[in-house]
Write a protein that binds this ligand. Structure first.
Ligand code: FES
Length: 100
């Protein structure tokens, strides 16, 4: 299912958090791509979008776990489980995220 999360002009290199029926989703522009991922750390529900970006990964501001923003893989403890990532496209000035 496609969910419209924001307007294209709202995208930046910092994650924008959008509340959806499927939970909080963070979207950002990174190297010309639009990335979208679940804004909930699998360690203890930390707000990932508030964390620092290091290359393609984001660091949870609570205890320092990091996740690949494209693949969702957990890269650093204390998280061991990955996060969900979503395909995002821009259509008619809107950002749409594909949710399974
Ligand atoms: S809640 Fe994210 S590392 Fe603990």
């Amino acid at each position: 299912m496609k969910v419209t999360v924001c307007k294209e002009y709202e995208l930046s290199e910092r994650p924008l958090v959008v509340e959806t029926d499927f939970g909080r989703i963070a979207v950002l522009r990174k190297d010309g791509e639009v990335l979208a991922f679940e804004d909930v750390c699998t360690h203890d529900d930390g707000p990932l979008a508030e964390g620092e970006i290091e290359g393609d990964s984001i660091v949870c501001p609570r205890h320092g776990a990091s996740f690949d923003m494209k693949k969702g893989t957990a890269l650093r403890m204390p998280a061991t489980e990955g996060i969900a990532t979503f395909t995002a496209v821009i259509r008619d000035g809107q950002v749409e995220v594909e949710i399974d």
